[in-house]
Design a protein around this ligand. Structure first.
Ligand SMILES: [Fe+2]
Length: 282
């Protein structure tokens, strides 16, 4: 596995360092969440200062995905605000970029996060796959589809899914998943592909790692079993994977006990849905 197993970061607690323009610090600050040591693929949580600007047009050399959590980011003529998502295939031309009120966002690159100044698309850019703007927060939830190892009717009841993108060549996916109040899956699961997960909203118990809330970041090779999984008052995850996901389930005798213990731990909850720094994404 070329990326280390990260389980877990709390992204808003991580120190951010400024991107440099020659020797000068810019108002673009980032915390590195995970990095592929072979390909240079990398994920960041970052922030832009109010009135930050990059006047040069150009493109990222690798496919890039942004999820805006707070504030605004204008790329060319497109304004992204909180809850908006974009997919920018490597080599697709981007106009001037600007933030009016400042911005917090997740940025995920499928290769080195290099920006090349240019005034036209790179010749091999997959421009047909470009998604300039999706209101990820506002779009409706759908039913979970069938996956190898998990027919749709065997998904634990109540899950909602939003697909933001599926790559037509690789079936790499980016999605959001919602768990309702009291949702749980007492089994452990694993996959043949890696998973990158960000808890956007709510409370969650993932196996033995204890209760987590919005801002929890995980990068995990699929072969690592994980679970049980529980949410007391509902949760929303953002997730990515490099191909079609599959499920391989395991029963562990201790897992159901963890589920019951969490759901019954009334003293650690205040009885309401726990939104984080970015409000409700339910
Ligand atoms: Fe999983």
């Amino acid at each position: 596995m070329a990326r280390d197993h990260i389980e877990y970061h709390i992204v808003q607690d991580m120190p951010q360092t400024p991107l440099m323009d020659k020797d000068a610090a810019t108002g673009f600050r980032i915390a590195e969440l995970s990095r592929d040591h072979e390909t240079g693929a990398v994920s960041y949580f970052g922030s832009l200062a109010p009135q930050w600007i990059r006047r040069e047009s150009g493109y990222y050399e690798s496919d890039a995905e942004f999820l805006v959590m707070r504030g605004d980011l204008k790329i060319g003529d497109t304004v992204l605000s909180a809850g908006h998502y974009c997919f920018l295939p490597g080599g697709c031309l981007l106009g001037e970029s600007f933030s009016d009120t400042g911005c917090e966002l997740f940025m995920m690159f499928d290769g080195p996060a290099l920006f090349t100044e240019a005034n036209k698309d790179r010749a091999d850019a997959r421009t047909d796959l470009r998604i300039d703007h999706v209101d990820a927060k506002g779009m409706p939830w759908g039913e979970p589809p069938a996956h190898p190892g998990r027919p749709a009717e065997e998904a634990p009841a109540g899950l909602g899914v939003k697909y933001l993108r599926v790559d037509p060549e690789t079936q790499a996916y980016t999605l959001m998943v919602r768990q309702p109040d009291g949702w749980f899956d007492p089994k452990l699961e694993r996959h043949s592909i890696w998973e990158e997960l960000i808890l956007l909203d709510g409370d969650y118990l993932m196996g033995k790692m204890g209760k987590v809330n919005a801002g929890c970041y995980i990068f995990r090779d699929g072969i690592i079993p994980h679970g049980p999984q529980v949410s007391r008052h509902g949760s929303v995850w953002f997730g990515r994977g490099p191909g079609p996901i599959d499920f391989d389930y395991m029963d562990e005798p201790w897992a159901r006990g963890l589920v019951e213990q969490y759901l019954n731990a009334k003293h650690i909850f205040n009885g309401e849905h726990e939104t984080g720094p970015w409000g409700s994404w339910l």
